[in-house]
Design a protein around this ligand. Structure first.
Ligand code: HEM
Length: 340
């Protein structure tokens, strides 16, 4: 039965192709053109333009999916050029460019140190729920980024190394991961939007923070509330970028439900460009949240920071916390007691 169905599908497909060719060829013939298709100087585009409105070659098919009647569509070729050439350039320049900047920055500036040293007194910075949401979103993002970059760069970069069969197997799993992890990622972005919006509305303090290089470029310690100017930028990149990749991603995941072929091409273009810029921006965030700044990782790792760290990087927030709960209440013991 399955074999019969497969054969029937094959025959219907073959008839559809035959129909398209049969109808398209006379359609071209009915429109006498000035272009000689065999002349060496004829450009493909000229030929397509001569074939009819918009340069498409369409016919009629007897199967329900009328899109399959479109045999040649110049917009598809523009999209292919974007996907296989332009996008690879945008991705390579933004991601490799960011990596080069970060490595150079680390070699020149080095880690942002806590010169006064640690006080040994700690204050809660992110509670367990905040950390759970952060790490859920971050884990999904990293897998989405790797599996997404595989779609753009896998064929030219990875396939020659691991071979076609291994690449096909890996790409299939990567695609499953990309589809399914989009859901917890989108939920994570939404919860991040709600839980940190109050601390991320730009204000005058941020302008001063930016003017003074955020204490990262230069050696000043500009004051800041819970989130500084740089963190607010990351927050909005996550909220706006995350929303944009989610919407365009779902348009791609459920093809032709909400839009036509032009809409699908636009969704793919927007999705891919925002995604590669998003990855570049998050590389800067990952750098500063780990090796770039002494004492920063603990904030998301165990949820507390040293009071001296808070004084240096978020002095206004520290004052607020002390006033809100009192110095003793807001402080926590370090997870591990330092060796004597
Ligand atoms: C290995 C990867 C990552 C590391 C090491 C990391 C580290 C951190 C740290 C230490 C903080 C707290 C900073 C502070 O206390 O002031 C933080 C905050 C934050 N993270 Fe991450 N993160 C990573 C990945 C991500 C990803 C992939 C996203 C989103 C897609 C993300 C979104 C955020 C946001 C919105 C904040 C609050 C604003 C900010 O501090 O910039 N993080 N992260």
């Amino acid at each position: 039965m399955a074999r019969l169905l497969a054969q029937a599908r094959f025959i219907i497909g073959a008839i559809a192709v035959a129909l398209i060719l049969a109808i398209a060829a006379p359609a071209g013939a009915q429109q006498p053109s000035q272009v000689n298709p065999t002349a060496a100087s004829v450009k493909e585009q000229q030929l397509l333009n001569a074939l009819g409105a918009g340069g498409s070659v369409s016919g009629r098919v007897s199967i329900p999916d009328q899109k399959s009647a479109n045999l040649i569509h110049p917009a598809g070729r523009d999209w292919r050029q974007f996907h296989e050439v332009t996008l690879r350039w945008i991705g390579a320049i933004s991601i490799l460019g960011m990596l080069i900047i970060l490595v150079a920055f680390y070699l020149i500036r080095g880690q942002v140190k806590l010169h006064g040293g640690f006080s040994g007194r700690r204050i809660v910075r992110f509670n367990a729920f905040e950390r759970l949401i952060h790490w859920m979103t971050a884990t999904c993002f990293i897998i989405l980024a790797i599996s997404g970059l595989n779609i753009t760069f896998g064929k030219p970069l990875l396939m020659p190394i691991i071979g076609e069969a291994a690449f096909a197997g890996w790409s299939q799993w990567a695609k499953y991961a990309h589809n399914y992890l989009s859901f917890p990622f989108a939920i994570g972005v939404f919860v991040i939007f709600l839980m940190w919006i109050a601390g991320n509305i730009p204000n005058k303090v941020d302008i001063q923070w930016l003017k003074e290089g955020g204490g990262i470029i230069g050696d000043k310690d500009p004051p800041s509330y819970r989130f500084n100017g740089g963190q607010k930028m990351i927050y909005w990149v996550v909220v706006i970028g995350g929303t944009a990749v989610a919407i365009t991603g779902y348009l791609l995941m459920f093809p032709f439900y909400a839009t036509d072929i032009q809409g699908m091409q636009l969704a793919q273009t927007v999705h891919a460009i925002i995604a590669v810029l998003f990855v570049a921006a998050m590389l800067a965030h990952i750098y500063i949240g780990s090796i770039g700044m002494e004492g920063a990782f603990e904030a998301m790792g165990e949820g507390t920071v040293d009071v001296n760290w808070a004084k240096k990087h978020h002095s206004l927030w520290l004052e607020q916390e002390m006033a809100r709960v009192g110095p003793n209440e807001s402080e926590r013991q370090p997870m591990a007691t330092p060796a004597e």
